[in-house]
Ligand binder design. Structure first.
Ligand SMILES: Nc1ncnc2c1ncn2[C@@H]1O[C@H](COP(=O)(O)OP(=O)(O)OP(=O)(O)O)[C@@H](O)[C@H]1O
Ligand SMILES: [Mg+2]
Length: 312
């Protein structure tokens, strides 16, 4: 596990360019990119998907519920949304939506299926893509597998919004996707352990991707009120600014609301069970705020992944 993460960091280090945040640098499509797919080299301007990752330091803080319900809020705005569950093998999103995808990313990596074939439409107007244990091993794929995987991921870029719920903590796949994202949403609860772990992941991001203009956004989940959330957020934002020189934006909070666990038990998203409950209204606010903030730049999902992993 350790050396896998190290391998990935090495790839990221190699790929890190001074002009990393520029779309126009062409760094991903260098002339020595052997596996570039014809027609994809410079054509990513058309790729409009906004990629949002939802992650946390500690497990169980509400990532999956937030991802799914944010996705539904976006769908209600008329957006085409895909939720990708990078929570390896834990089948989180599937459980909340009560759908069982037959195939997952493992089949895509192995070239047994295309991304479109593994995508499952749900009754809620969003589509889901299930993760796989093979997913954590991007750094270990053969060049051909990796290129195929990246190209397949690229085929999702005609969606408006792609939300990737990652597993808690720092595994290589979590970092990959946070780095590739337009917006990286970090979820914490007011619990001291959750806050410490959230700070931990922010610190690793800051260390791994120096000079990387992360669109880091904080959501405080399971709070009793706005004041409690604001206190947690202010503390994190100040510490990140002071010690890591990293800008973190406060995106919002979600009330601790019994409807959430009831919804989980019923295997339905809480915004469907009760669109007017406190937690649902909070998610709506969060998505409204996301809509008001532009992604840090419209780089295109596939282009970003190529920059990170491709072209080797
Ligand atoms: N706002 C909330 N109010 C009340 N309960 C909540 C709230 N958010 C989450 N929970 C509870 O926490 C549980 C875990 O939430 P969730 O599965 O979304 O977390 P997670 O971060 O995805 O966990 P994991 O790290 O295991 O993937 C839910 O099943 C629910 O019972
Ligand atoms: Mg989860």
């Amino acid at each position: 596990m350790e050396d896998q993460a190290e391998k990935l960091r090495e790839i990221v280090r190699q790929k890190k360019q001074p002009e990393f945040t520029k779309t126009t640098s062409g760094a991903s499509g260098g002339a020595d990119t052997p596996a570039s797919v014809p027609g994809q080299g410079g054509g990513r301007e058309g790729s409009k998907a906004r990629l949002i990752t939802v992650t946390s330091g500690k497990g169980g803080v509400g990532k999956t519920n937030l991802s799914v319900n944010m996705a539904l809020a976006y769908a209600r705005l008329g957006k085409k949304v895909i939720v990708m569950d990078a929570d390896l093998g834990l089948a989180n999103v599937n459980v909340i939506l009560n759908v069982i995808p037959k195939y997952n990313l493992y089949h895509v990596i192995r070239k047994q299926k295309t991304m479109k074939e593994i995508m499952v439409d749900t009754a809620y107007g969003i589509s889901i893509v299930a993760g796989a244990s093979g997913f954590s091993k991007i750094a270990n794929l053969t060049e051909e597998e990796r290129q195929n995987f990246i190209d397949e991921l690229d085929s999702l870029s005609n969606a408006d919004i792609i939300i990737i719920g990652t597993s808690a903590g720092v595994s290589s796949n979590v970092l990959d996707f946070i780095a590739a994202a337009d917006d990286a949403v970090i979820v914490t609860t007011p619990e001291p352990t959750a806050i410490t772990d959230a700070y931990g992941i922010i610190k690793i991001i800051a260390t791994e991707y120096e000079n990387f203009n992360m669109g880091l956004k904080l959501v405080v989940n399971r709070v009793k009120g706005a004041a409690e959330a604001r206190k947690v957020a202010d503390r994190m934002i100040n510490i990140a600014g002071q010690f890591l020189n990293l800008k973190v934006d406060y995106l919002g909070f979600v009330f601790d609301d019994p409807v959430v666990s009831q919804a989980v038990l019923r295997q339905k998203p809480f915004t469907v069970i009760d669109p007017r409950c406190k937690a649902s209204i909070c998610v709506q606010h969060i998505v409204n705020r996301m809509e008001k903030s532009e992604p840090r730049e419209n780089r295109g999902f596939g282009a970003m992944l190529k920059r990170l992993f491709g072209g080797q």
